[in-house]
Design a binder for this molecule. Structure first.
Ligand SMILES: O=C(CO)[C@H](O)[C@H](O)COP(=O)(O)O
Ligand SMILES: [Fe+2]
Length: 225
């Protein structure tokens, strides 16, 4: 699959979210929405009512990243509301297979997210239950953090596992992805790139997306996976 760019509105102006999404509507593939509950992570952002409102105003599909304590309770509701991709965290879900199936049953892509220190080995048998594996490349909770290079071998490993099973699972990297780091992520095997600060911290967010995409495409063309 060609690389996809999913700008995170975590670094956008929260008072003008619809306008902020419109700024990247022609250049990005997804809008990445970071839902944080101040329990799974030490930060509080937005929830279902705001996502419902954004769905009314976004020309791009929403990729909801749930950093919440009880994803089993909430994830299906995001999918039923109209989010096209819903990711739950492996560290938080108590019944991940049931929840992933409920997300799919509601018509959304089902994502499984893992924190930087969580290994991906052990998840190979449930790759058939998911449409996307999200690898955090910062500790979850905040935008604008420094990319954790230590996660790169895991990106490679995850790509091997996906290839080994011959499944159409997308591999997303999230956290600190920028013009400095996106090439290494693409070379290692990522094909969906979340970027918050690198897009909304730029003077021209649409141009920032185009630049990231160009770099990801070039690095993917050279990659050996
Ligand atoms: O899930 C997240 C943080 O938990 C964000 O999606 C991520 O950090 C994106 O922001 P940035 O590109 O600024 O790191
Ligand atoms: Fe995220």
């Amino acid at each position: 699959m060609a690389p996809q760019i999913a700008p995170s509105i975590l670094s956008a102006d929260f008072a003008r979210l619809a306008d902020e999404i419109a700024r990247i509507a022609d250049s990005a593939d997804w809008v990445h929405v970071d839902v944080m509950d101040n329990h799974f992570v030490p930060n509080l952002t937005l929830g279902l009512p705001v996502v419902r409102a954004l769905l009314e105003h976004s020309a791009l599909p929403l990729d909801c990243h749930l950093m919440i304590e009880d994803p089993d309770r909430w994830a299906p509701e995001y999918a039923e509301a109209g989010a096209k991709s819903v990711t739950i965290h492996a560290e938080a879900a108590k019944a991940p297979i049931r929840t992933l199936r409920a997300i799919r049953a509601a018509g959304a892509r089902a994502g499984l997210g893992v924190n930087p220190a969580t290994p991906v080995d052990g998840f190979e048998d449930i790759l058939g239950e998911i449409d996307m594996l999200l690898l955090m490349t910062v500790e979850p909770g905040f935008g604008g953090q420094k990319f954790l290079d230590v996660v790169l071998p895991k990106v490679r490993r995850a790509r091997e596992l996906i290839k080994g099973r011959d499944l159409p699972v997308w591999l997303q990297v999230d956290g600190g992805v920028s013009t400095e780091t996106i090439e290494r992520c693409a070379e290692a095997g990522a094909d969906v790139f979340v970027a918050g600060n690198a897009v909304y911290g730029a003077d021209d967010p649409a141009e920032a997306v185009r630049r990231l995409r160009g770099q990801a495409e070039e690095a993917t063309a050279k990659a050996d996976w």
